[in-house]
Write a protein that binds this ligand. Structure first.
Ligand code: HSE
Length: 359
């Protein structure tokens, strides 16, 4: 079954997806999926459209030439527009030659825009949506799911929490049957990397700059360091687990900047470590308490398995007790993998629907 993709935003994550798709076509075919990119648009780089499928060689050549400094190269049959704006993008996501919209533009934690509009219009136009963008999911998950349900399409957002490490999918598949009463996790790769580097002797500033170069940090790294990135992730997790409808004001938030370099190094010499921990707990009466704060964890704490850019989350469950998942929490290809796994889930549904319709 052919799935035609529109990539909205062509920064690290969607470029990572593009590379991953080049190597994973055979794996996708195992699930009956033939993925083809028909549109790429990026505010900085412009727009490339080819309803028959963009020539991947030409696109790869553009990436290798350094997309930020040259316009996207394209093959005949492809339309190239040097710029992109909201109206054009909204028209694009609703186009006939698009089945799945992959939204990976920057996250705006206040309004979720323009990503929220991209997702809403795509779903209203009957397109499946995959996003790694925390803004629209944290702020409007309920509304977007309801639009998706109304239009018989899927909204997938595995990459919004812990990049490609399966966490949201654990809740919706393998943990079904368990009651999850709470979770606590290290959900930001950048701040965890920074804490580790500072513990090892670097300054905050140097460590943050390194995280930016490595592609872990948000466009505005204050979101990583001051906790608002984790705040959005806690909202997404709590809403996915309990339909909690939490908004930002419901999650108290404190970042790592109040810690001194001395404090961070002292904890390490004592065998523990400072971590930025996001957590939420639901009481039997349904009340939810959620927070983001730096915590000094003692040696042996399960969350200390997460070092560097690695993340970890522990679920408190009624049947299994504590279940901890550890894995990459940020990175271009790691986040792109989450999109690939969402694409497989969408493809399986599309193939199943087509098979049922043909029966
Ligand atoms: N800036 C985020 C992090 C990216 O460092 O965890 C993944 O959400």
């Amino acid at each position: 079954m052919e799935l035609r993709l529109a990539l909205i935003g062509f920064g690290g994550v969607n470029q990572g997806l593009f590379e991953l798709l080049l190597t994973k076509q055979d794996d996708l075919r195992k699930y009956g999926i033939d993925a083809k990119i028909t549109a790429v648009t990026d505010l900085r780089l412009g727009t490339v459209i080819n309803p028959a499928g963009i020539d991947t060689g030409a696109l790869r050549a553009s990436i290798q030439a350094g997309l930020s400094s040259v316009p996207l190269e394209a093959d005949p049959g492809t339309t190239v527009t040097p710029d992109a704006d909201l109206d054009a993008t909204l028209k694009l996501v609703a186009s006939d030659f698009v089945d799945v919209v992959v939204e990976a533009t920057f996250t705006d934690p206040q309004t979720g825009e323009p990503a929220l509009s991209h997702c809403r219009t795509a779903l209203e136009s009957g397109k499946h949506v995959i996003t790694t963008n925390k803004g629209p999911i944290a702020l409007a998950q309920k509304e977007l799911v309801s639009i998706a349900n109304r239009h018989g399409v899927l909204l997938k957002y595995e990459g919004t929490v812990m990049s490609g490490t399966p966490v949201l999918r654990q809740i919706s598949t393998t943990l079904r049957g368990c009651e999850v009463t709470g979770f606590s996790g290290i959900l930001n790769g950048t701040s965890n990397f920074v804490l580790g580097e500072v513990a090892a002797g670097k300054t905050f500033d140097t460590a943050i700059k390194e995280a930016q170069v490595l592609g872990y940090a948000e466009a505005n790294p204050a979101a990583d360091i001051e906790g608002s990135d984790v705040q959005l992730k806690v909202m997404i997790m709590a809403n996915a687990l309990w339909g909690a409808g939490l908004c930002r004001d419901d999650v108290s938030c404190q970042g790592i900047t109040r810690l001194t370099e001395h404090e961070i190094r002292r904890a390490m010499t004592e065998g523990g470590a400072w971590r930025l921990v996001g957590s939420a707990r639901r009481s039997p009466d349904g009340t939810i308490v959620a927070s983001v704060e730096p915590k000094e964890l003692p040696a042996g704490h399960p969350l200390l398995a997460a070092t560097g850019v690695t993340n970890a989350i522990s679920f408190d469950t009624d049947v299994l007790g504590l279940v901890t998942v550890t894995g990459p929490g940020a990175g271009r290809v790691e986040t792109a993998f989450a999109i690939l796994s969402d694409l497989i889930e969408i493809g399986e549904k599309v193939v199943a629907d087509a098979t049922e319709a043909a029966a």
